[in-house]
Design a protein around this ligand. Structure first.
Ligand code: GAL
Length: 634
């Protein structure tokens, strides 16, 4: 009897490998979590020691594990993976049990020997494995939890599954009568070809007409395409759209001067979906889908090819005259841009100031004039100019060295008779927002690469405060592309890992930030929810507001933030954001906006007036969600 009792109380502890848990619930700022591999896909190696098992992740990351209070010990060896040896990586590993810190590695660098974690997790409901970026940004922060194990007294550890949400469509269906969409202002340089298409929703066919076009400019009434060229000046006119159901009109201004990109570019870029898997066929399919899906009717216009269109083999990337060559996947660039332009859209391309692009393809170094000329001859309207291998050319990390290659390409672009939006991509180095305009950039990336997780998107989006003073028509801060729809950096794609509320936050915040909006999804796989996020004209109008002010944070409390963007008509677009794990009530006070006591409030996603409010407006906001409103002082 006694023996039986003893046997009943014997504890059979069992060890579980960390790598055996479901890693899809890890939220990390770059790449995809890897089982028994580094985030770069190599054998886990820390300070020269190779580990067979473990998790490869990337700062910043968080992994929550449910122990049901039955855990015993957590063991691992942690460190920066050797695949980033020689880089500036710095990381801190932390373990939090039921909200309290139970382990901190201290800052670790590339090449450091692994540090051992061996801590009690007894009695804890959950533990969270956190990798911070060491306070200096997440560049190269490849973090390994090698030989990670969880010993349980009983039961099994489980990844905490993030709450599932219903994807609720808020955007109303467009009316059948015409509604003119897209930018209300457009800039072109004197004498350069004007490439702009007026767009409208409503039953097709829609006929466009204009009250008063400048000399040399004409409008195709069937397609809405504006063409020709004009002399320097500011040309306001009225644009009309008419169909069987009725007509609409609105004021438009064509500005012929030195600035282009007078509103943030709206379009698509191949990187976040196809990366190295991009080809001519996929770009054509994206352009066609832009039109067929109806997105083009809402003002989306750029179709941008990112990296991997030139030749990777060393020494074979140019012809005998030094002209850059396309690889086999792009047999005829001019035919491709003709196709894109024929659809009323614009075309974009990518290269780097170094000898190679980030993915190792031939780039512009030493051939800037020739390449700018070639891009213009091919008919491109947008150039993304990445940094990467220029890091080996730059003498040091000084500001002049950061600026030099961008000034060189600016000069080359100035020599061509075509308007090419110039997008600097150097991840914000040297506080590019302070000098992007001086160097002649139309927009500039302010951060490293985005990925489709809450940690990445919210980390980037909510850290943009303070850059607003540098944004204006023709100069935009770029917090990187949208991670909605089917993404995946090719060839394997997956639906975005952002929850529906996180997706509302993503679009609302990027619109408030007056950010270039470049869809990073496979355009042939747009589901109705994703489309609804991209076709709300009142939300897009916030992004495209002609005054071109960037929103900023006006209040912050208990994990909630209020961001406001002043609009041309004297109103404000306001986002009430909840960054917490549970729903919260978020309030914007009219004092935060510095406006008088009464103001009208409109729900922008639902396109509905909510009434007049005194002193403030409050709303319950879901986990990681937003309420986007327009506040108009009475
Ligand atoms: C990165 C850039 C990405 C993408 C990639 C291509 O540096 O930030 O957006 O362009 O290069 O290799």
């Amino acid at each position: 009897m006694l023996l039986a009792l003893c046997a009943a109380t014997i504890v059979f502890s069992q060890e579980f490998r960390l790598a055996g848990l479901d890693p899809s619930q890890i939220s990390q700022e770059w790449g995809t979590p890897q089982i028994d591999r580094s985030v770069g896909g190599n054998a886990l190696t820390i300070g020269g020691k190779v580990f067979e098992h473990g998790l490869g992740t990337h700062a910043k990351s968080s992994f929550k594990i449910d122990l049901g209070k039955r855990g015993d010990r957590f063991r691992a060896e942690v460190g920066v993976d050797d695949e980033v040896a020689g880089s500036i990586a710095s990381i801190e590993f932390m373990l939090v049990g039921d909200g309290k810190s139970i382990f901190q590695s201290g800052i670790m660098h590339a090449g450091d020997a692994a540090r051992a974690v061996n801590v009690s997790i007894a009695g804890m409901k959950t533990i969270e494995l956190i990798v911070s970026d060491g306070g200096d940004g997440n560049g190269w922060d490849h973090a390994d939890w090698a030989d990670g194990t969880i010993t349980m007294k009983s039961g099994t550890p489980k990844s905490v599954v993030l709450p599932k949400e219903k994807a609720v469509i808020l955007t109303p269906k467009p009316a059948r009568m015409p509604r003119i969409t897209g930018p209300r202002i457009f800039g072109a340089r004197p004498g350069h070809p004007i490439l702009f298409t007026f767009t409208a929703t409503g039953d097709k066919p829609i006929a466009f007409s204009a009250s008063d076009l400048p000399a040399g400019v004409s409008l195709d009434s069937k397609t809405g395409m504006l063409s020709g060229s004009a002399a320097r000046g500011r040309y306001p006119f009225e644009i009309m759209a008419k169909n069987r159901r009725g007509s609409a009109s609105r004021n438009f201004t064509l500005v012929i001067g030195d600035e282009i990109a007078l509103t943030p570019p709206l379009g698509w870029n191949s990187w976040n979906c196809f990366a190295g898997d991009v080809d001519d066929e996929k770009v054509r399919a994206a352009a066609k889908a832009m039109v067929d899906s109806g997105l083009a009717d809402h003002g989306w216009s750029y179709i941008n090819i990112d990296d991997c269109w030139s030749i990777a083999a060393p020494g074979q990337g140019r012809d005998a005259d030094g002209n850059i060559l396309c690889n086999k996947k792009f047999p005829d660039m001019r035919a491709l841009t003709d196709y894109i332009h024929g659809l009323g859209l614009k075309a974009g391309i990518y290269t780097s100031p170094g000898p190679l692009t980030c993915a190792g393809f031939t780039a512009a170094y030493g051939h800037e004039d020739a390449d700018a000329k070639q891009f213009a001859a091919w008919g491109f309207d947008y150039l993304k100019y990445d940094w990467c291998s220029y890091g080996n050319i730059a003498k040091d990390d000084s500001l002049p060295e950061y600026q030099k290659p961008y000034a060189v390409m600016r000069k080359s672009l100035d020599k061509v008779d075509r308007d090419i939006v110039y997008s600097l991509c150097q991840y914000g180095m040297g506080e590019v927002w302070k000098w992007g305009e001086k160097i002649g950039g139309d927009c500039w990336r302010t951060t490293g690469d985005i990925t489709d997780t809450w940690a990445s998107m919210s980390g980037i989006g909510f850290s943009q405060d303070g850059h607003d003073i540098y944004a204006k028509p023709g100069n935009w801060n770029d917090p990187d592309m949208l991670v909605l729809g089917y993404v995946g950096w090719g060839p394997q794609l997956h639906p975005t890992r952002l929850t529906p509320n996180e997706q509302y936050t993503h679009v609302s915040l990027w619109c408030l930030l007056a950010a270039p909006l470049l869809i990073g999804a496979d355009m042939t796989k747009l589901d109705p929810f994703t489309l609804s996020l991209l076709t709300n004209d009142e939300v897009i109008d916030v992004n495209q507001d002609p005054m071109g002010r960037q929103g900023r944070r006006v209040a912050q409390k208990d994990g909630c933030e209020v961001w406001a963007k002043p609009l041309e008509d004297g109103s404000f677009a306001v986002g009430l954001f909840n960054l917490n794990e549970t729903p919260k009530t978020v309030t914007v006070s009219w004092d935060d906006l510095v406006i008088p006591l009464d103001a009208k409030v409109r729900d922008l996603w639902r396109q509905k007036d909510l009434g007049t409010f005194n002193r403030e407006f409050s709303s319950k906001v879901p986990r990681h969600g937003v309420r986007l409103i327009k506040v108009t002082p009475s």
